[in-house]
Ligand binder design. Structure first.
Ligand code: HEM
Length: 121
């Protein structure tokens, strides 16, 4: 079976989803405070590369391990409720771009698999 990366529509689809995702995140008062001081262009490039790889595409990710990248945020109060909000925004972004429910579910499972790393559990 082809990878989720391919079935979702490849690099173009992931780039579009991440761009939409960041628009939603910046408008979401549950979580936008965490993103206040970061360079969103660099950040979205990293997330695009990370998701492409996590979904079975090419590995172009050069960022830090997720545990390390989110450690400061956990010190600032990052918890499960914020993680859930991020997942919701990601799902809604994919949905808005016409990705089918079963593929969204697969993407959500992959995102779910890094919860403990992100939250430094
Ligand atoms: C599925 C869950 C998540 C994934 C896959 C993910 C992915 C990433 C990646 C790839 C980076 C770049 C790492 C680097 O700088 O080298 C990053 C950084 C970051 N993430 Fe996440 N993240 C997730 C959850 C969250 C959540 C829940 C929040 C906050 C609500 C968040 C906020 C941030 C912020 C603010 C940075 C920048 C940190 C910095 O540069 O100091 N992330 N994330």
């Amino acid at each position: 079976m082809s990878t989720l990366f391919e079935r979702i529509g490849g690099e173009k689809a992931i780039d579009a989803a991440v761009d939409l995702f960041y628009k939603k995140v910046m408008a979401d008062n549950r979580i936008n405070r965490f993103f206040k001081d970061i360079n969103l262009i660099k950040q979205s490039q990293k997330l695009k590369a990370f998701l492409a790889y996590a979904f079975g595409g090419p590995n172009k990710y050069t960022g830090r391990p997720l545990r390390e990248a989110h450690a400061m945020l956990v010190k600032k109060g990052l918890n499960d409720s914020h993680f859930n909000a991020v997942l919701e925004n990601l799902g809604n972004s994919l949905k808005e771009l016409g990705v089918s429910e079963d593929l969204i579910e697969e993407a959500a499972k992959i995102a779910e698999s890094v919860r403990n790393e992100v939250l430094n559990k």
